[in-house]
Design a protein around this ligand. Structure first.
Ligand code: P6P
Length: 337
């Protein structure tokens, strides 16, 4: 067991990363520390959800016409309050906000941009299924000092300087990368710290688990249906059939794929022609992580990180996980199998 495991805190780990990578500035660590603080506050609400009247719907709808959960709003406001005054950010964008989220005029504008989904999978809150926060960070491209712009936000995924997620599950985990590997930290509530639990995570190249909502099989394209037929066909030589694991909570399904190998799929279908998941604050950050861990992420034709975004809330098909599995899916989609 690594001597650092279970005793190195997130902040100490980031300090050591700064020393190892001279180009790293303390500013970025400060931003991640603010994210970690917000994560602890949200975890407290999530873990007591059944007791403090935050279950259920607010009675409002979000900008997409979806019913809003109370915890969605609590999480959204918590991240905003924790992050808008640290001087690290020039602008934010979120699933919970139609337009850009400006940094208040009385706060210094920093050099980073944050895009985040404050509480993904919130439809699972009331039944105690794991949910998560997903975040993506860019370096601003507009001049320093002013408000961040839409152009600062609409950068292709390969330009991310950091990304990660918080998984509120049987334990609360903070998983992130700043381009030097993927590192996982588990929250110890008895000391209030995230402690290193997974240093330099690597995804297995192959994995015989696939994760998709097979209830939609009759909405899928022929290519995806052929893939589904392939992975469910009996063939001992190629270790088929695969096992199906689908929680219906992106962060939980991705985290399992990252650790065990396998692939998560959310194809486009008749109901969601561009797919359901969001490019900027769901697919991009997870694609950054999975490539850092040696995996792959694609929309079936193009690597997710190479896609040029057109708008903040655009959707994308997503196939993400072990490199060989994603390649196999692309071959079916592209009619090569
Ligand atoms: P479906 C949760 O609502 C979410 O946004 C993701 O967390 C999850 O992967 C997906 O939708 C589940 O969608 O259509 O299978 O219910």
């Amino acid at each position: 067991m690594s001597p650092k495991k279970g005793i190195l805190t997130l902040s100490r780990f980031m300090f050591e990363q700064e020393r190892e990578f001279p180009e790293a500035t303390g500013e970025f660590s400060g931003l991640l520390s603010d994210m970690a603080l917000a994560a602890k506050v949200v975890a407290r609400s999530v873990n007591k959800a059944g007791l403090i009247e935050v279950l259920g719907f607010t009675g409002d709808e979000n900008i997409f016409g979806e019913e809003v959960k109370k915890l969605d709003i609590i999480a959204f406001e918590t991240f905003i309050r924790a992050l808008d005054h640290g001087g690290h950010l020039c602008v934010m964008a979120s699933e919970e906000s139609d337009g850009l989220i400006k940094i208040p005029s009385y706060h210094e504008k920093g050099k980073y941009v944050l895009l985040f989904d404050p509480l993904d999978g919130s439809s699972n809150i009331d039944v105690n299924v794991s949910i998560g926060t997903i975040f993506s960070m860019f370096r601003r491209i507009s001049p320093d000092g002013n408000d961040g712009t839409l152009e600062d936000c609409l950068q292709p995924g390969y330009k991310q300087v950091g990304a990660g997620y918080i998984l509120y599950g049987s334990s609360t985990m903070f998983v992130y990368s700043t381009g030097t590997g993927v590192h996982g930290f588990t929250f110890d509530p008895s000391i209030g710290e995230f402690l290193l639990s997974n240093e330099d995570l690597k995804i297995p190249e192959r994995g015989n688990m696939f994760s998709m909502n097979t209830g939609y099989v009759n909405r899928w394209s022929q290519g995806i249906r052929k893939y589904y037929e392939y992975v469910t066909t009996l063939d001992a030589k190629t270790k088929r059939p695969y096992s199906l694991r689908y929680i219906g909570s992106l962060v939980a399904d991705f985290h399992r794929s990252l650790l065990y190998g396998g692939v998560f799929l959310y194809p486009p279908d008749a109901k969601s022609p561009k797919g359901k998941l969001r490019l900027m604050y769901e697919a991009n950050p997870l694609a950054f992580l999975v490539e850092q861990a040696g995996g792959a992420a694609s929309d079936g034709h193009t690597p997710i990180l190479q896609k040029q975004p057109e708008e903040i809330h655009e959707r994308t098909p997503l196939y993400i996980g072990s490199k060989d599995e994603v390649k196999l899916i692309e071959e079916f989609i592209q009619g090569k199998r």
